[in-house]
Design a protein around this ligand. Structure first.
Ligand code: KG4
Ligand code: ZN
Length: 341
């Protein structure tokens, strides 16, 4: 029988636990932290405190949903980074304790690889199409925007990435100056459907290779909203839908431009998207459309696998386990992607 993997995700503001048998998901429980909305962003200290409160009940629920017990688990996979240090520490410490108490191996997962591997999560009753290696994945989240060449489950190369803000950050920060609630991405997505995407012209970056930049777009957006030196609330109020549509449209165009170029240069036709921003309805439509035009096979994750979840961590953990890549007990969290192998 294939190994039973318990996955733990606690890199930002969602506490999640999942149980997989091999690559098949048996449960995936997510406790989101509502507390941050009133501050307009994630407050790290509150996040780690909420993780501490949530982690045991969430793991309990995941085991119960899967119809398994603590004694059945063969390995525990956890997010080592990137993410918030205090938040990561909660999941990592839990994994260490669990691994010690049960005398089972633990495996550390790179959160970004987890997002990409969410395309391989199988369900007992759903047929999930998997991309074939090598494929390209546009990974777009609140902290990262990258184009990744995926040669195998554990063999990935970043061919382009943002030199400043992430795509999700562009959504969140522009939403914030419009007075919209956090996180801004889903709200902008909803409002954009009623707006004119060609109404406002925003700055497009010119950066080398397959890299991205979103800070110029953010600045040009801020300038739009100003009446001399202050924000103009009436203008924002009356043009909200058009502002959201123009913003979303520009982000999508920037993302697609480099993705198309990378697909051509690497001659790859299996194209996936992943990460929180891959939930964006406009981006999903645009990628599907490009796919039809260019003969790509496109892979859009199910919405529940776009944002942070432990199922993707357990899936990555399963492949690390198969490869015998276990962690030692002195492993520490890694806030930045550069600290990870
Ligand atoms: O992957 P994720 O859950 O967390 C990180 O690892 O960062 O991504 C969160 C990001 C936030 O910036 C959020 O605004 C964005 O994903 N997001 C969206 C949508 N849903 C979530 N952005 C645009 N459109 C959406 N529908
Ligand atoms: Zn994420």
């Amino acid at each position: 029988m294939k190994p039973l993997i318990l996955g733990i995700e606690s890199s930002c503001d969602d506490t999640s636990a999942a149980v997989l048998r091999g690559g098949v998901m048996l449960s995936n429980v997510i406790a989101s932290q509502a507390i941050h909305a009133r501050y307009g962003g994630v407050v790290p200290e509150l996040a780690s405190r909420a993780h501490l409160q949530n982690i045991i009940p969430v793991v309990d629920a995941a085991l119960k949903d899967a119809g398994t017990t603590v004694a059945d688990v063969d390995a525990v996979a956890f997010t080592r980074g990137p993410g918030l240090l205090g938040s990561l520490l909660v999941g990592l410490s839990f994994a260490k304790g669990f691994s010690l108490a049960r005398n089972i191996p633990m495996v550390e997962v790179n959160h970004l690889q987890g997002h990409i591997l969410s395309h391989f999560i199988d369900r007992p009753d759903v047929d999930t199409p998997h991309p074939s290696f090598p494929f390209l994945c546009l990974l777009v989240s609140g902290g990262h925007s990258q184009i990744v060449l995926v040669r195998d489950y554990l063999d990935m190369e970043t061919v382009g990435e943002t030199i400043d803000d992430a795509a999700g950050e562009a959504f969140d920060k522009c939403a914030k100056v419009m007075g919209l609630p956090y996180p801004g991405g889903p709200v902008v997505d909803r409002l954009a459907s009623e707006g004119d995407p060609a109404r406002f012209r925003l700055a497009r970056p010119s950066v080398e290779g397959y890299n991205y930049s979103f800070s110029g777009l953010k600045t040009s957006f801020l300038y739009l909203l100003r009446d001399s030196l202050t924000l103009d609330p009436d203008f924002i109020e009356h043009n909200r839908a058009d502002l959201c549509a123009s913003l979303q449209n520009t982000v999508i165009e920037i993302l697609l431009d480099k993705l198309v170029r990378a697909a051509e240069a690497y001659r790859i036709r299996d194209i996936a998207i992943a990460g929180g921003v891959s939930a964006n309805s406009g981006l999903r439509r645009a990628v599907a459309l490009q796919g039809e035009r260019r003969g790509w096979r496109t892979f859009l994750p199910e919405l529940k696998f776009t944002t942070d979840n432990a199922a993707m961590i357990a899936l990555a953990g399963y492949h690390l386990y198969r490869a015998g890549r276990f962690s030692s007990l002195d492993v520490t969290p890694a806030a930045r992607a550069g600290e990870l192998s």
